[in-house]
Design a protein around this ligand. Sequence first.
Ligand code: GLN
Length: 548
Amino acid sequence: MTGSTKYIFVTGGVTSSLGKGIISASLAKLLQARGFTVTIQKLDPYINVDPGTLNPYEHGECFVTEDGAETDLDLGHYERFLDVPTSKANNVTTGRIYQNVINKERRGEYLGKTVQVIPHITDEIKAHVQALGRKGIYDFVITEVGGTVGDIESLPYVEAMRQLKWQKGKDCITIHLTLLPYLGTTGELKTKPTQHSVKELLSLGVQPDVLVCRTEHPMQKGMKEKIALFCNVDANAVIESRDADTIYDVPLLMQAEGLDQVVLQKLGVANSPDVDLTAWQDFLRRYKHPKSEVHIGLVGKYVELKDAYKSIKEALEHAGAENESKVHIKWVHSEKLTPKNVAKHLGGLSGILVAPGFGHRGIEGKIEAIKYARENKVPFLGICLGMQMAVIEFGRNVLGYDDANSTEMNADTKHPVIAMMEEQKTIENKGGTMRLGAYACKLAEGSTAHKVYGRKDITERHRHRYEFNNEYLEAYKKAGMAPTGVNPQTKLVEIVEVKDHPWFVGVQFHPEYRSTVMKPHALFVHFVKAAMQHGGTPVKQEAEAQQA
Ligand code: GLN
């Protein structure tokens, strides 16, 4: 596109959790499918410098970028939809903004001025938004403002948006996402909360250009016109966003509603190429019309909150579609698993995935699940802590190290088969100090991992402090657990495989962060394939007919 970068803000009103991330990612997908370059950024109005130290119960999964930033899970959606890596610059929190401003103040960069929310905090916010645009590679920068308009904590962001809109004129628009609640007693959708939410934005000096209205039911006749009139927007800029069967339908639903067209029109972009979503539609066809189905257990301690394992869940679904198989995930609480009930919980599953995690809670259950998978030859994928637990299980039950453990869980174990990495031992701060981001790994000739990746040199993203203890390497190799992926520089073990097993792979890294709709991750694809071979069942005719 010729001309300057265009800025699109996405704000939310009425309630939280309306899916701003999915709407932002869907719009970005439509613009990308027209041949434009797009990036999406999330501004989070909390004081933590990044979400890395947040409990998953508070905030869901922490998504790790290639360059090792610990970020909001919405960045996972951005990457899965766009297939373009994000970076540190794509997630900014209030904590980071203030940290930068305070650091500048300490360095004397404000030349004696009183440092204030306006202009210093708002300038810092604007600088972060425009930094992505200045790279000169993006036609569009979409900025999702976390929280709900009207919150005290999002005020500086709304003010920064107001200023940028004023400064950029036609190159900057705001899309406001609201909710149309449905009153069951009268059978009606209500527009008043949307009107109020727009008034709230107006009181802060921002006129939204486009409204996206989340609704469970179709909008009634004349409703778009009514909202348009009350909110000073064009009727064609009131977009209906009905609940979808899958988030991957949303780009097509938004296309049908003309979201991308109205955005281009508002930003003065004429003659853009047509949307080409052929490959996306092909994915959806495979996803919605599977030929078989397979049941996979996901063992973790946060299973009540599925967002804690967002990228793993999505990666399993991408892999299912690739294999034309419907993956049913059985969420298994690791704290509930005991030697007595493990067969009851995991019996009948065709694959077992043990999830990442921190701390002691639930690890004995993870170890039981792994023992079950290993002994019963059920395909197994262990991720990060899941891999470490596989090493401990093997140590205890095959090598006879009764108290084998990670020093994270028991600092005094006689067999620290998993131990803290050397460089971690002197680190005191918790935030942003793990081994983070992409590192190289060399795969062993003929290993399962080698077959899966189809090459020997790979990189994958990490987030951990503990590692396989190389003092035990020979003992493990001899007993049948092989290190099949090793970091070429540090010799850290990144992958272990049990030899006498159809498919048993533990990875120290997080393959789930790299799985996208267009490029499902090979490890997940092959894990699902192995599960299908172990015990997938063809989809029954009736079920198929129903889904069609
Ligand atoms: N707690 C383990 C470590 O820090 C595993 C981390 C994880 O699963 N992401 O090494």
